[in-house]
Write a protein of this length. Structure first.
Length: 96
């Protein structure tokens, strides 16, 4: 199964990676690696994360090392990543 990042998710990823890399060189790469591991897991187990209350079929998966959540919609063919959002932000941010 493929994992497809929507344009908003790509923007979120690039901004977070740049933030971490600017704060401490090498950390941006670590952030991207953590996301890659999560995407690999979602490709195998697309329904493993919890549903977002009131927004079925959207699911929310959290990164292990970094305070970010990935909002996505699984289907038969792919996992559509909608947004990658810092967990300190409002949970509703993924919809904008």
């Amino acid at each position: 199964m493929i994992v497809l990042l929507r344009p908003a998710a790509v923007e979120n990823l690039e901004a977070a990676r740049k933030y971490y890399e600017d704060a401490r060189p090498g950390t941006g790469h670590d952030f991207a690696d953590d996301l890659d591991r999560l995407f690999a897991r979602l490709a195998i187990f697309p329904n493993s994360a919890a549903l977002v209350a009131g927004h079925d079929p959207v699911r929310r998966a959290r990164l292990r090392r970094f305070p970010y959540a990935v909002f996505y919609v699984p289907s038969e063919e792919r996992v559509d990543v909608l947004r990658i959002v810092h967990t300190a932000r409002s949970p509703e941010t993924w919809r904008t």
